[in-house]
Design a protein around this ligand. Structure first.
Ligand code: ZN
Length: 322
């Protein structure tokens, strides 16, 4: 529970975190507090959305015929950067699950399942709309995703919250699917960002420091890289070879692993991309393990944490979650 940041405090928090902030004209007094008679706050967390559209900054400011703006506190363009849209109550969360709100308030993890819509999320949550179609095919550029992490971290830091005060719309309101990326991953990235000390090292009165202490963006490069789940991949490597030809246990992870093996020359391209971790893939992976110095049963073609991590790093195609 906390008093919402003032416009000035919000700007300071965002900039201290390392964000370049664009201010939408009028944002400092743009809210739904007077219209609804319900003042914003006390606040308990931040909510992440995708817009399901493109070029929708003004829509988020003005609202739609059925839902008056502002529709978020900040809008994050694919290439247009971060824009402050509202200061106060915004129409972004809607009716949400009270159990989830209580868990966010207590910073409990994991969040309970959102199976009710019995509380007003607009009372207590800051909202970020990320410009993305949300169809699973529209990518989030590294820079955009990194700024979303910084936005969430900035507000958490300003309030003294942990990453467990961050949720996706899909986690609080039944039927919502946004954002179209994994929120556990996102929270892990916010946690990393919060571990950096940005505020303390920032000079109180900067006299044009040669290099301001901006946080290194922890997200660039790895955060929006696809992830391969080691345990699921091992399951695939143990299941697919003896199952029916072309059996698929873990399509995405297998395809990424095969793509990496192709890139390094251990697997012929014709065998990659069907999502099945078959005997040819086992043999190719064993070659990679031998290349790393493993022998005998250590080079059995079943991925291990170290060999898979190195494969992802060397090719730049994925990171590993264990
Ligand atoms: Zn949403």
């Amino acid at each position: 529970m906390a008093t919402p940041l003032t416009a000035a405090q919000m700007l300071t928090a965002l900039k201290t975190e390392g964000l370049t902030v664009h201010e939408h004209a009028g944002w400092e007094t743009h809210n739904r507090d007077a219209a609804t008679g319900k003042p914003f706050g006390p606040v308990i967390g931040v909510l992440i959305h995708h817009t399901a559209g493109h070029g929708d900054k003004e829509l988020c400011y003005n609202g739609r015929s059925d839902l008056p703006g502002p529709l978020c506190h900040a809008w994050l363009g694919k290439t247009d950067g971060l824009w402050t849209i509202a200061n106060g109550r915004a129409n972004h969360a809607g009716a949400v699950d009270l159990d989830v709100l209580n868990a966010l308030r207590a910073e409990k993890s994991p969040l309970p399942v959102d199976n009710q819509a019995n509380a007003d999320g607009n009372d207590v949550l800051y909202g970020l709309e990320i410009e993305n179609l949300g169809n699973g095919k529209d990518p989030y550029p590294d820079d955009q995703y990194g700024q979303a992490v910084l936005w969430a971290a900035a507000i958490c830091r300003a309030h003294g919250w942990s990453e467990n005060s961050v949720a996706g719309h899909k986690e609080v309101q039944p039927g919502k699917v946004d954002p179209s990326f994994d929120m556990d991953d996102f929270r892990a990235d916010v946690k990393k960002q919060l571990a950096l000390s940005v505020g303390k090292s920032a000079p109180a009165k900067p006299t044009k420091p040669s290099k301001p202490t901006k946080p290194t963006k922890p997200t660039t490069g790895s955060a929006s890289k696809p992830r391969v789940d080691l345990s699921r991949l091992v399951q695939a490597a143990k299941t697919d070879p003896t199952a029916k030809q072309g059996h698929v246990t873990y399509m995405a992870g297998t395809n990424l692993t095969e793509a990496a093996l192709v890139k390094l020359g251990y697997l012929a391209k014709t065998y990659a991309g069907d999502g099945s971790f078959g005997t040819t893939t086992i043999a190719a992976y064993a070659k990679w393990q031998r290349h790393l110095g493993y022998t005998g049963g250590e080079a059995d073609g079943i991925p291990g944490k170290i060999s898979l991590g190195k494969l992802g790093d060397k090719t730049g195609l994925f990171t590993v979650v264990a």
